[in-house]
Design a protein. Structure first.
Length: 189
């Protein structure tokens, strides 16, 4: 029997950057580069969108309240070294004028809002962020209304991790003064 599934598209980080700079996203839609393979991102439905909007507003307010110099963006590609170019749902970074993706060395916190992608976000994608040296990574689990917080990248993974549940305080492990009440929307309401 012949396998009719298309072969994965493999490329380097530099090739991905050129593709995006040349207007590739207009033809390909929402894509990421994961371990050198183009990955098409899932469509976004209401629970995911509402959680992302809630987190952005709440985290942006916490950054302002802390008088922190950090910038915050939604779904902007981060250019990590090598073959990893994710587009996290939310990125907190050093900011500054630039064109193109956020430089990986300026990223301080990336958040993936997760409903049907939870296993990947907490598994393989977590490892990719740790290998890239991202100081802190959160996975906001829509279904459980919890944040899985990872920090201190060490030997290809994060040395520290915990879970914050709805109703608890969510404090950044690496960004001084960034704290918020973790009271996300309820799914289905």
């Amino acid at each position: 029997m012949t396998d009719l599934a298309p072969a994965p598209v493999r490329m380097t980080g530099t090739e991905f950057d050129r593709l995006m700079e040349g207007g590739g996203s207009a033809a390909l839609g929402r894509i990421e580069l994961r371990r050198g393979v183009l990955v098409q991102m899932s469509p976004e439905y209401l629970p995911h969108g509402r959680f992302k909007a809630w987190l952005f507003k709440t985290l942006d307010a916490a950054i302002a309240a802390a008088r922190s110099p950090y910038a915050i963006d939604i779904e902007v590609t981060v250019r990590f070294p090598g073959r990893f170019r994710p587009s996290p749902d939310v990125t907190v970074w050093d900011g500054g004028p630039l064109k193109g993706p956020i430089p990986g060395e300026k990223a301080r916190l990336c958040v993936e809002v997760s409903d049907d992608t939870f296993a990947d976000d907490i598994g393989a994608k977590r490892i990719e962020y740790a290998e890239a040296g991202l100081p802190e990574y959160w996975v906001l689990d829509v279904n459980a209304r919890a944040v899985h917080r990872f920090w201190q990248p060490h030997e290809g993974d994060y040395a520290k991790r915990d879970i914050i549940r709805a109703g608890e305080a969510l404090t950044s492990a690496t960004l001084a003064g960034i704290a918020l009440a973790f009271d996300p929307p309820v799914v289905g309401v």
